[in-house]
Write a protein that binds this ligand. Structure first.
Ligand code: RM4
Ligand code: MN
Ligand code: MN
Length: 396
């Protein structure tokens, strides 16, 4: 790699941070069952401890996303414990995710439930989540809804849209000035006929209705196959409505596989569009990069480190695209030249520069090797094995 490219990688690495999910360290499974890992985290303290490992070794994961029911069992009263864990392990609480999909009352929906008393429960839970975020000094409240229906004709889709608008507006009114509401979309699962927020257009309209602090969250696994995700990203960027990402990879549905394991070029293309936008406009959009994965078969901490390393590498590759030359090639309709600029950047081995960056930050050159040599996995496996062998019930 020539020195001008290397010079572009360093600032990109300084800029790039990615949030890891607490639930990625817990025993999760598919709807057919769980394969338990003896070292999986069950308590919030164990999740913080595992997240701290990933941050110590990679240096780019200072925050951990929390799911309210799984991580704040006492609601607002859980925040003191979380604060002390956060200072003990030196990772900050990140986005706060209300759980509006698990309780029995949500069988027919949360914000879209025909029963107002259930919609009120969901609203109150979200307001509590906003308060939790405030106390933890977390900026983003990240909303994912399982709401939808399984059979044609069974739900009034227009009414449900209106109920979503009402509740999202009410949530927005509760935000402090620095906070944001991120609205996630997903075309199917668990609902299989209609989903209330099925795509980015619906998420965009609802976010706009909610208020100026609401933005769209793009989960890379939440699209139909072959959908052009980077185009969605560029449209959201140009509308100033891109709030963040949930990164994961997939082959069929919402598989939550390790990022880049199936299609690293797609992740590269997403990063490229963001960095091209930054170059062209001189603006740095405020995007929360987050991972949303659950590792059923792989070791959880290893898979998380793999993901972070992959994300960082793909971001660095995107940073070496020659933007002025690309802009000129696009203007001249020099298709092969333009395409080659992306392909060349993607094919460049950025690992040596990343290793130099790690060296200069006192980080291990290879975080995965360092993790394997650290003995951490062996020690948590000993500590947690007995408890894990009994823990088969909940999702996370
Ligand atoms: C959903 C969605 C949400 C995540 C839940 C657990 O499919 O991706 O972001 O919170 O899973
Ligand atoms: Mn998600
Ligand atoms: Mn998902």
């Amino acid at each position: 790699m020539d020195s001008s490219k290397a010079e572009r990688v360093f600032p990109a690495l300084e800029q790039f941070r990615i949030e890891i999910p607490s639930w990625g360290f817990a025993n999760t499974g598919t709807r057919f069952g769980k394969f338990l890992q003896p070292g999986a985290a069950t308590t919030i303290s164990e999740k913080f401890s595992d997240a701290a490992q990933v941050h110590q070794l990679t240096g780019v994961c200072p925050t951990v996303a929390l799911h309210v029911h799984w991580d704040c069992p006492d609601g607002i009263n859980s925040t003191n414990e979380i604060k002390s864990l956060s200072s003990q392990y030196r990772v900050q609480p990140g986005s706060i995710n209300p759980n509006l999909f698990q309780d029995q009352c949500y069988k027919y929906g949360s914000f879209g439930n025909p029963d107002k008393s259930i919609r009120d429960i969901a609203l109150q839970h979200t307001k509590d989540s906003i308060e939790i975020a405030r106390r933890l000094q977390s900026r983003d409240i990240s909303m994912w809804f399982a709401d939808g229906s399984n059979y044609p004709g069974t739900a009034n889709i227009r009414h449900r849209k209106r109920w979503f608008e009402e509740n999202l507006k009410a949530c927005h009114a509760d935000l402090s000035p620095g906070q944001r509401l991120l609205v996630e979309y997903k075309p199917f699962e668990p609902a299989f006929y209609h989903t209330d927020i099925a795509d980015w257009g619906m998420a965009l309209l609802l976010s706009r209705t909610a208020g100026p602090q609401a933005k769209v969250l793009v989960d890379t696994g939440h699209h139909y196959l072959s959908q052009n995700i980077e185009q969605i990203v560029t449209w959201l960027l140009s509308e100033d409505m891109l709030g963040g990402f949930h990164f994961n990879d997939r082959r069929y549905a919402d598989d939550d596989l390790t990022l880049g394991s199936i299609d690293p070029y797609q992740v590269f293309r997403i990063f490229h569009e963001i960095l091209y936008f930054e170059w062209e406009t001189g603006k740095r959009p405020d995007i929360a990069y987050m991972i949303d994965q659950s590792h059923n078969l792989k070791g959880k901490i290893e898979a998380m480190i793999q993901t972070v390393v992959m994300a960082q590498m793909l971001f660095a590759k995107a940073a070496i695209v020659d933007h002025p030359t690309l802009a000129a090639a696009q203007k001249d309709c020099d298709l092969v030249r333009a395409e080659s600029l992306l392909q060349d950047a993607f094919a460049t081995d950025v690992r040596p520069v990343i290793q130099t960056w790690r060296d200069s930050n006192g980080l291990p050159q290879d975080p995965l090797v360092a993790f394997r040599e650290s003995g951490y996995l062996e020690s948590i496996t000993k500590e947690r094995a007995a408890r894990n062998s009994q823990n088969v019930s909940s999702y996370a």
